[in-house]
Write a protein that binds this ligand. Structure first.
Ligand code: URA
Length: 228
């Protein structure tokens, strides 16, 4: 948390004293609510506007990998008050997840405040591969694997060919370059695989490795530069 006038000043808009004037004149909003209180504190996920325009602080760039546990959402504000991955991260800058993992999926999640880096990973043109491990109690057949490989209809969308490998009797590795909502779950459902657990272990060249569940670390320079 930091004082609103200090935050405005650190965005390079004006001095703290001038920021106080803007606040008193009703020119400043936090999450679209006009604020006239001088001592108001700003939280990391608040959206601050001056004269209707969002202001953002120049911050050092942060690149994080988190091993997301099951039961956490990847959004910051959740209408049902569920636990957010952002609760697991203790940084003094605003960061956001690159893409999403659904609430029950665990594993590798990247977070940053670098929009360019995020776009590079997310842009469909870059077709970045994401590797998932599926565990099931279904006996997996060759036919099921072939179907997943060729692409399946997950309801108004046919998935692109995927790389699929049986790792153990009850464990599959699925590599996809797309990111439709709950895609791997839907793919498994369509071919009759009862998915018990879903974990993402790799994004592009970045591997989760043995990072503990709920823990995070900074990406190395090598990981940042060679993500694709
Ligand atoms: N596929 C899913 O089903 N869920 C995810 O979170 C990611 C991919």
């Amino acid at each position: 948390m930091e004082r609103l006038n200090k935050y405005i000043a650190s965005c390079g808009i004006c001095s703290r004293r001038k920021a106080d004037e803007l606040i008193l004149n009703g020119k400043v909003t936090i999450n679209d609510e006009i604020i006239r209180e001088l001592g108001k504190q700003v939280a990391l996920d608040d959206v601050i506007k001056v004269d209707g325009k969002v202001i953002i602080k120049e911050e050092k760039k942060v690149y994080i990998m988190l091993n997301k546990p099951r039961g956490y959402v990847t959004t910051s504000h959740d209408q049902f008050n569920r636990k957010s991955v952002l609760d697991l991260i203790n940084e003094d800058v605003r960061i956001y997840p690159i893409g999403r993992l659904d609430m029950y999926t665990e594993g590798l999640l990247l977070l940053t405040n670098d929009g360019e880096f995020s776009n590079k990973i997310m842009h469909p043109r870059n077709k970045i591969e994401k590797t998932y491990i599926v565990t099931t109690d279904t006996k997996i057949s060759v036919e099921q694997i072939e179907k997943l490989k060729n692409g399946v209809n997950i309801g108004s969308y046919i998935t692109k060919p995927a790389k699929v490998k049986l790792i153990k009797n009850d464990t599959l590795e699925i590599i996809i370059s797309e990111g439709k909502n709950r895609q791997v779950r839907k793919m498994c459902e369509v071919v009759g695989i009862n998915l018990l657990n879903l974990r993402r272990v790799k994004i592009g060249n970045i591997k989760l490795g043995n990072l503990q569940s709920g823990k995070y670390r900074y990406l190395t320079d090598e990981e940042k530069e060679n993500v694709i």
